[in-house]
Design a protein around this ligand. Structure first.
Ligand code: HEC
Length: 144
């Protein structure tokens, strides 16, 4: 009966993990090719709410204001905003986002409420009214 080859398995795991550091860049510093018919990012602030996505619009805002405390590792109140799913799953108090229902869930509450323990961020600059409006429209359009 051969012993399990733990070291080989570990090496394989490390190789897989190393492979996850992202695609190699083509070196010329240009952005990846985008669909030329896709809407430009500026449309996120225009009239089509479906152009607002977590990855392109919402996460960059949360990254500055929230992710230091609500990131992937040991997030405050168990609320990780690192992914859209994390927001929907929510934290200690329940879902932060309910797709289609911008006035429910803790996310809008926390960025609009004037006072209280869930006023966020606890210190420092809050999201601007324009950013709050983007978040609201993103949720209303289904939070994709
Ligand atoms: C400096 C750290 C810090 C930052 C930055 C921060 N939070 Fe928090 N957040 C907390 C803490 C601490 C709590 C728990 C508060 C309590 O339970 O009294 C919390 C709780 C919350 C909750 C309630 C979660 C639950 O389920 O109970 C929400 C929603 C929330 N934060 C949203 C945000 C948003 C949105 C931002 C960015 C605009 C943000 N937070 C930025 C520290 C932070």
């Amino acid at each position: 009966m051969p012993r399990p080859r733990r070291s080989a398995a570990l090496v394989a795991l490390l190789l897989v993990t190393a492979g996850c550091t992202g695609p190699a860049s083509d070196g010329d510093g240009t952005a990846p090719a985008v669909n030329p018919t896709a809407s430009p990012p500026s449309s996120a602030s225009g009239s089509d709410p479906s152009a607002i996505t977590y990855a392109d619009t919402i996460r960059p805002m949360l990254e500055d204001a929230c992710l230091a405390c609500h990131g992937r590792w040991f997030p405050q109140a168990s609320l990780s905003m690192d992914t859209r799913d994390g927001l929907i799953e929510g934290g200690r108090s329940g879902p932060a986002v309910l797709p289609g229902e911008p006035d429910k869930g803790w996310l809008i509450h926390s960025i609009t409420v004037e006072d209280g323990r869930y006023r966020m961020p606890p210190v420092g600059d809050r999201l601007t009214p324009e950013q709050v409006s983007l978040v609201r429209r993103w949720i209303a359009a289904g939070a994709r």
